[in-house]
Design a protein around this ligand. Structure first.
Ligand code: G6Q
Length: 553
């Protein structure tokens, strides 16, 4: 049995689960009017209410003990101080250094990396501001109207989510597009209405070898060359963000337009780096700074607060409580803010790529479950789709609800309606609807006794479905920075307790490797026989159909 499962805290939690699994939150709330006050935390304008979870004071105590037994405080220090905690890649994990505002040296391998981070930021800022101020001119002397970020995974999801979230802060006469899919329709649809003379590309790829990105970058270059007629001034239209300067230069990007990524920043944690160039172009350096500031403030909260007052720690512990003791498989992230419509997709990567691991830090297979399936959608849309399962399904899905208290624009009736859904849903998920309540409702509608008996079972809601609610004033860059950092650290804490490395991604690497091999096999019409019969069958069917179509033309 793993060490984790033998810790006192784990054993105590296992026992405690048996004692409280039949408690209903409705009763816990009725018994304790202070529950909200006790089980909620604040950070700046963010209120985190975790009172609608299946917990008691004892649960929290035991979960905190579990965190201490995992030596969480010392792991937090190891993270911030640049210890090489990504042991399978022998790398430090220092995305927090990218938003550090403290002016204290951040030493890695004996070198203070803070000056280099600052210098790179200055370079990015200079380019972004020139484009924003229309000083950066393209091949025909016209300013840039469209920026296209070509990248995938960590080089796409973060900046895309942030750009969408901060639309109200963006320039309106400068469009930022994101191309990630290797499916040609993505780049074709994007380029169709653009003018190469006023388009600026960012090739965002840490490795500069990812097939999807490199193919799209090549197609973008061909598009430019075919419409401009030569490679004249191509340097005015292409930039790269990468740790592979050599390959970027070979691609033809001018040295001054290549921005650095460091190996101590994982792709999914990279939006704070030059990968955020598209964001900086959209919202400007000042607002980008606010984003960093928000994340830094949260970093300080995470680093300095006692565990019981620490929001990411409490988020992580609740996740572990459900994951490992209730044996819950999934969790939902549900923003009630249209601008956060890519938030769940981004968090899906941060969480699932980080903690979707079955081997622990000692190289052994774990005997407990790790990262959950994370999914999500704009809350209101989810209500009209999958909330049915949240309310009455056979699976327990704890959910995070995020909502702004104030809207950017002032159509009060919209915002009031939005917020009433937030409150109503969390209450309904917690309380449910009892049989007497459901019966009363049907009687009030004037249904016959017979009809009521038939319908009643379907109208009962068990409740006791956990939600955690995050309320914040308005989605400013600063608040967004804090929210993202909150989730990053939650994932880290869970990784520490599960004793896994949250910062490698061998599963992603495998995909890259496999696709490259098969891609070579698709170059001709020869039948293949090197795979299992299903894969051979699929490949050969594709080849046959392709050759048939070709002959038809
Ligand atoms: C992120 C992952 C992965 C990566 C993409 C793109 O943490 O490593 O999502 O970001 O595969 O990789 P490149 O940036 O190297 O193209």
């Amino acid at each position: 049995m793993s060490r984790l499962k033998q810790t006192q805290a784990w054993l105590a939690l296992t026992q405690h689960y048996e004692q409280i699994k039949h408690l209903h939150m409705r009763d816990l709330f009725e018994e304790d009017q202070q529950r909200f006050a006790r089980f909620s935390l604040h950070h700046n304008d963010i209120l985190y209410d975790y009172s609608k979870n299946c917990i008691t004071d004892e649960t929290v105590d035991l979960l905190l003990k579990l965190a201490h037994q995992a030596e969480l405080p010392s792991w937090i220090e190891r993270l911030f101080s640049g210890d090489k905690i990504n042991h399978t890649e022998n790398r430090a994990v220092l995305h927090t250094a990218l938003r550090d505002r403290s002016d204290t040296p951040i030493v890695l391998d004996g070198v203070d990396i803070a000056p280099e981070i600052k210098a790179e930021r200055a370079k990015v800022t200079s380019l972004a501001e020139k484009i924003r101020r229309r000083e950066w001119r393209g091949v025909s002397g016209q300013p840039i109207t469209d920026v296209v970020n070509i990248g995938i995974g960590g080089s796409n999801l973060g900046p895309l989510m942030v750009n969408e979230a901060l639309r109200p802060y963006s320039l309106h006469d400068l469009n930022v597009h994101f191309v990630s899919n290797i499916d040609e329709n993505h780049i074709n649809e994007t380029l169709e209405y653009l003018d190469p003379k006023t388009t600026f590309f960012i090739i965002a790829s840490k490795s500069f070898t990812t097939q999807d990105t490199m193919l799209n970058a090549e197609t973008a270059r061909q598009w430019y060359l075919s419409l401009i007629g030569s490679d004249e001034q191509i340097g005015r239209h292409f930039s790269a963000v990468t740790s592979n300067t050599k390959l970027a230069m070979e691609f033809g990007i001018a040295g001054e337009n290549i921005f650095k990524m460091w190996d101590w920043v994982g792709g999914r944690y990279s939006l704070w780096s030059a990968i955020g160039l598209s964001t900086m172009i959209a919202i400007g350096a000042e607002q980008f700074d606010e984003l960093l500031e928000g994340a830094y403030e949260l970093d300080m909260h995470f680093r300095k607060s006692p565990l019981e007052q620490n929001i990411p720690v409490m988020m992580a512990l609740l996740g572990i409580w459900y994951n490992n003791f209730f044996e819950v498989q999934a969790t939902a992230v549900l923003p009630y803010d249209q601008y956060l419509h890519r938030f769940a997709a981004y968090m899906q990567q941060v969480d699932m790529e980080s903690n979707g691991k079955y081997i622990d830090r000692s190289g052994d297979e774990v005997d407990y479950t790790t990262g959950p399936v994370l999914f999500g959608e704009i809350g209101i849309s989810g209500q009209h789709a999958f909330f049915q399962l949240l309310h009455q399904g056979t699976k327990l899905v704890p959910a995070d609800i995020l909502a702004p208290l104030f809207s950017y624009r002032c159509i009060a009736r919209h915002h009031r309606a939005l917020m009433s859904n937030v409150f109503a849903q969390t209450e309904a998920l917690m309380r449910g609807k009892t049989e007497p309540e459901a019966r009363q409702e049907l009687q009030d509608k004037g249904l016959s006794d017979d009809a009521i008996e038939k319908l009643l079972p379907y109208k009962v809601f068990p409740g006791n479905r956990p939600t955690s609610t995050f309320l914040f004033d308005t989605l400013t860059p600063r608040t967004l920075g804090s929210l993202i950092a909150m989730y990053e650290h939650k994932v880290f804490v869970q990784g520490v307790i599960w004793n896994i490395n949250s910062f490698d991604q061998w599963g992603v690497e495998l995909g890259k490797q496999l696709a490259t091999t098969i891609s070579d096999e698709l170059n001709d019409d020869e039948q293949v026989g090197t795979h299992d019969c299903s894969t051979n069958g699929l490949i050969n069917y594709y080849k046959q159909r392709r050759s048939f179509k070709r002959k038809q033309k």
